[in-house]
Design a protein around this ligand. Structure first.
Ligand code: AR6
Length: 173
């Protein structure tokens, strides 16, 4: 089974890559983004600043992904993606969230990543209902992994309540 659910602090996982639930500026923030920047050290912010802006203040549009080194993290790479802000579900949120997972896997594969950990993208500050996010994420990942069956994907939940939701979605899929 290449997809599993773990309960952990994402910054502690010893994997080739961890995914950051960032915002489009890629200059850090709260939640998992803040935790990743704190654990990676200042090199991460410098690497993010060096990424080109595709529009004023935008280094990564919603649904896309960018890669940097992991600096002081156990993970070699950080893949930064930007989830959608939940606005009720009828503003393209599911497709944008699916794109986050697809773009992150595509970038990982291009960098020969064999193991990667995702946080529950958009399920914190961005307000995406976790049951719905988990369904979208797992469907997108299953699809993306058909061509990359050897990639080990860990869905990293910060607490047991969230992990139970994701485990159930994984078992139902
Ligand atoms: N390890 C694993 N999961 C975590 C960790 C951690 N260390 N810390 C928080 N989570 P959020 P979003 C969980 O808000 O909703 C930032 O300010 C958390 O419990 O981090 O995509 C960015 O800069 C939740 O389940 O990301 C953006 O502005 C999940 O990670 C904005 O927040 C995602 O919560 C992105 O919001």
């Amino acid at each position: 089974m290449p997809i599993s659910v773990v309960t952990s602090d994402l910054t502690r996982l010893v994997l080739d890559a961890i995914v950051n639930a960032a915002n489009s500026a890629l200059l850090g923030g709260g939640g998992v983004d803040g935790a990743i920047h704190r654990a990676a050290g200042p090199g991460l912010l410098e690497a993010c600043k060096a990424l080109p802006q595709v529009a004023p203040g935008v280094r990564c549009p919603t649904g896309e992904a960018r890669i940097t080194p992991g600096f002081l993290l156990p993970a070699r790479y950080v893949i930064h993606t930007v989830g959608p802000v939940w606005k009720g579900g009828h503003h393209g949120e599911p497709e944008l969230l699916a794109q986050c997972y697809r773009s992150s896997v595509a970038l990982a594969v291009r960098h020969e990543v064999r193991s990667m950990g995702f946080p529950a993208i958009s399920c914190g500050v961005y307000g995406y209902p976790p049951e719905q996010a988990a369904r979208v994420a797992i469907a997108a990942l299953r699809d993306a992994l058909t061509a990359h069956a050897a990639l080990d994907v860990q869905l990293c939940c910060f607490d047991e309540r969230m992990a139970a939701i994701w485990r159930e979605a994984l078992n139902r899929a």
